[in-house]
Write a protein that binds this ligand. Structure first.
Ligand code: ZN
Length: 130
């Protein structure tokens, strides 16, 4: 960390959020229509919104599946280039693209998932949930 320039401060804010990716809802004014990046951290599908790098993933857990909604900094929906989930160290399960979200079958006794998502022109996204 080199100095106190404004853009460095902005980077530090980003790193702080990166270190704590479990952003629930309402952070930064979820219903704002002023479309700045990261001005909307609302969960739109009743799930959990996570942020990683400049992307957002909302995970909606069901009994035997998980829906994954990927979006960019402005919450514009994205289709992942690839997506797979490792539940409790089992072999990875690929996601299936359905309309506007990815869906992955989940063992009903799964305790935790390791989500690995790749996007165009972006870093690989790896997140563990819960
Ligand atoms: Zn964000």
């Amino acid at each position: 960390m080199r100095g106190a320039l404004p853009y460095v401060a902005a980077t530090l804010v980003g790193l702080g959020l990166f270190a704590m990716p479990f952003v629930q809802y309402g952070f930064g004014g979820g219903h704002s229509h002023a479309a700045g990046p990261h001005s909307d951290h609302g969960a739109r599908h009743g799930g959990h919104l996570l942020m990683l790098h400049d992307y957002h993933v909302e995970l909606v857990e069901h009994r035997d599946s998980v829906e994954l909604y990927l979006s960019d900094a402005f919450r514009r929906p994205l289709r992942p280039v690839s997506c797979e989930v490792t539940f409790d160290g089992r072999p990875p399960t690929p996601c299936e693209w359905r309309s506007h979200r990815s869906v992955v079958p989940k063992p009903i006794d799964a305790k935790s998932g390791l989500y690995q998502v790749s996007v165009d022109d972006g870093p690989p996204l790896t997140l563990k949930f819960p």
